[in-house]
Design a protein around this ligand. Sequence first.
Ligand SMILES: [Fe+2]
Length: 194
Amino acid sequence: MEALRIISDEHQSLAAILHAVRFMIKEVAAGRLTPDLKLFEAMIHYLDAYPEKRHHPKEDFLFERLKTRTPDGAEALAKVERQHLGAAARIKALEDALQVYKADSSRLVEFSRAFDNYAEFYRNHMILEEVEIIPLAREHLTTEDWWDVDRVFAAEPDPMGGTREKPEDFAAVFSKLVASAPAPIGLGAGPYQG
Ligand SMILES: [Fe+2]
């Protein structure tokens, strides 16, 4: 069940990124950090290109297989599949809020709110998958199913791993995010006292 390890890793990685970006926005809002607009742009680009466009299709493959094995979890599955389809609108909300902020730096609160909404959405989305759907997959998928599912998941490696050549170097983006964020998220010295 390599696929489940990958889902867990990617969810943790996404949660860490969302947390880091929210933290950075709050630091900017408090005047303790200079905003890095290129980094915000890169992060939105990452969220679109990886979690929304690559991570979700892998999950959809698993969900489709699960539906052939059990009618259980139909409501939760329908909900997460609907949520996956909302990717373009979610990303656009972030991009629009960032454009507004870029044009007028006094409107950081709107970008902050958009990002909070995005992060909150994802927190609930990942909980729904992990609490209601993954246990059903563990219970109902066959060994042969896992061969197929694992193969699909392995074919799209986590770009944060940075071990293979990729069209876009997200590992560098994340390193930059980590390096630029204050402690405890980033590499700043000492514990954060905020
Ligand atoms: Fe998902």
